[in-house]
Design a protein around this ligand. Structure first.
Ligand code: SAM
Length: 281
């Protein structure tokens, strides 16, 4: 049940080119009472460009939990709040998810105003298969073991893989992918929608050669071909691991089982029974 006239709007903003803001996003940014944003200086640039003057509240990753109640209190009291991030869609490797969950829990209205996102823009410009894809976001910054484990878990995925990478770690990340995933085709989509936009295609080995010679600056998405090799025999435990991974990305259990069975030529029933066994333990 929705409790008031207030609403939390999730507003997509440009990932570089300010012309990419939608008409609806402009209207909502004008109409709301408050804009919750990451870096107020970044959002101010956008608002100045649009000729909008509006109260801003900073809402950063590190303070998401702490500030969520206050923002939802405001919505509950009848205010309209827009959540934006520095660029792209809020909630995609940016603050948002926690606030939206809180809004649903407390029964306040949430609406999305879709806009550009680097993950989708990178995928479609890459030319790699886009029917099925798996977005991972950033690799963990932590220890190499932790990063290796994450990539290892993605090894079997046949869908195209998408990562956010930084100039600072691009060579290190490419080396890690090569070591664990093998020499797959990939694309670095850099500075999309901006003056220095560039799409670099090659195998992982070729991409590594390029980043050794050139210092790639700016914002980048890495798109990698999914696993094209059908393993001779995939164990039930590996099928189960893949099942859990795909489930966590929001696909329905029934569909995950169907996909694994079709992709790896394994029995749907056996996998289903194995999942039940695991649940009983
Ligand atoms: N919420 C954003 C979205 O919807 O895409 C992503 C925010 S995340 C903190 C920032 C990362 O997105 C960058 O480090 C880069 O990997 C990617 N990114 C953002 N803008 C980009 C652009 N114009 N070109 C390529 N990658 C971009």
């Amino acid at each position: 049940m929705v409790k008031s006239d207030g609403c939390l709007y999730l507003v997509g903003t440009p990932i570089g080119n300010l012309e990419d803001i939608s008409l609806r996003a402009i209207r909502i940014l004008k109409e709301v009472d408050v804009i919750a944003c990451e870096d107020t200086r970044e959002t101010l640039k956008l608002l100045n460009h649009l000729g909008i003057s509006k109260k801003m509240i900073s809402y950063q990753k590190y303070s998401e939990n702490e500030k969520k109640s206050h923002l939802i209190d405001l919505v509950e009291a009848g205010n309209k709040i827009a959540l934006v991030s520095d660029a792209g869609m809020p909630g995609i490797s940016d603050p948002g998810e926690i606030l939206v969950r809180e809004a649903w829990v407390r029964g306040v209205k949430v609406e999305v105003i879709p806009g550009p996102s680097a993950v989708i823009s990178g995928l479609v410009v890459s030319g790699l298969p886009s029917t099925n894809f798996y977005f991972h976001g950033f690799l963990p910054k932590g220890k190499i073991k932790e990063r290796e484990e994450v990539v290892n878990n993605l090894k079997e995925i046949r869908a195209t893989l998408i990562f956010y990478i930084t100039p600072h770690s691009v060579e290190k990340d490419l080396q890690l992918f090569l070591k664990i995933l093998g020499n797959r085709n990939g694309v670095i989509a850099r500075e999309l929608t901006k003056y220095y936009e560039e799409v670099i295609r090659g195998t992982l080995e070729e991409l590594i050669e390029i980043v050794k010679i050139r210092t790639l600056k700016g914002e980048m998405v890495l798109i990698l071909e999914g696993n094209q090799l059908i393993p001779k025999e995939m164990s039930l435990e590996d099928q189960y691991k893949l099942y859990q991974l795909m489930l966590a990305s929001g696909i329905k259990s029934k569909d995950v089982i169907k996909t694994i069975s079709a992709d790896y030529k394994v029995s749907k029933n056996k996998l289903y029974e194995y999942i039940l066994e695991k649940k009983e333990k």
